[in-house]
Design a protein around this ligand. Sequence first.
Ligand code: ACO
Length: 382
Amino acid sequence: MTEPDIKKGLAGVVVDYTAVSKVNPETNSLLYRGYPVQELAATQPFEAVAYLLWHGELPTDVQLAQLRATERAYRHLPADVRAAIDLVPIDAHPMDEVRTAVSLIGARDLAGTGSVLDVSGSEEENLARSVRLFAMLPAIVAYGQRRRRGLQPVAPRDDLDYAANFLWMTFDETADDVVVDAFNRSMILYAEHSFNASTFTARVVTSTLSDLYSAVVAAIGALKGPLHGGANEAVLHIFDEIGTAENVGPWLDQALAEKRKIMGFGHRVYKRGDSRVPTMKAALDTLVEHYDRPDVAALYDTLESEFVSRKGIYPNLDYPSGPAYNLIGFDTLTFTPLFVAARVTGWTAHIMEQLASNALIRPLSEYNGPDERHIEGYVPDA
Ligand code: ACO
């Protein structure tokens, strides 16, 4: 019998076309709808990139103004969503809060739909659902952090764009431009990355003709894991463990002896460095300067150079974004929810793409369990 050609973890398997983004590990490039992500991060507000991912083109001034008007209209934390978040134990992981909130938003929006045959929605309906989630997630994430700190939610401000308002709702103060810019760049860099685990999860759920909210809830579950989105939180746990740059050598000796994975390093697709890292590292550098924290840069650089020289494994986006979010003032547990707020744009673009030319995603497996056996005493019906 020939051995089946099993692609564990679907590594190297091309499962479909996508026009949303292109990851090219050979040239170390990442294009959203054809545009290099570095150019988008340097020139665009996150709202414009969200529009690009959904529609395939950057918005005109009028289109951007329309999207911003809708986004502003849905920025408030609805009372029932706040109540649902409050039901989540205060010491549960914030990703559980976000998942619960999105689930409730979906149930409320689809109430009265009736049959499962009607839930997948038209492109127009799904676009509206995508914009609403995009608009509501900052309030959900900001409220989560404030709730854990025993603080009341902060009402959004109509005079601020997405990134500045997100920071306002989290910290109850107007952020400096340099901080808003770094945060905006991080949102853009996190927005989309082809068939990563969470996006593929969203596409699998969508392929059954389930609804957009169910697909996003499932994607949030996939993103929570430390091998995926949870790594940005895990990077800060590692930074806290190490403490200062001087401790990196001995800490790394022990971690590698224990065969620990060093979070924020390595990537399934990029093997010679993540295309998004230089842009996020530059944003981190501006924050280090702004907050006058050379100690953070020293720890970052020392761990990177020691780990790369010992293992030849390079940082991924979570490595610079973790300390950047820490400097901005986000609690470590809030980092992965920030990833959700960004990646919901990519997920929903993929959900709409999947629906536009759907095929049920249903791979095969090779059985390696016990041979056929029978219940003792069982007599089949005549
Ligand atoms: N630390 C230590 N060793 C590592 C790391 C790491 N971060 N990454 C890979 N390796 C080693 C593995 O131990 C393995 O070694 P072995 O062959 O001796 O067993 C080898 O490199 C291959 O690693 P795999 O995990 O099999 O490679 P894969 O392509 O499946 O993994 C992954 C990619 C999961 C991202 C991995 O590099 C990892 O676990 N990194 C840490 C978690 C992380 O940072 N995730 C964020 C991903 S990017 C994002 O979501 C934005």
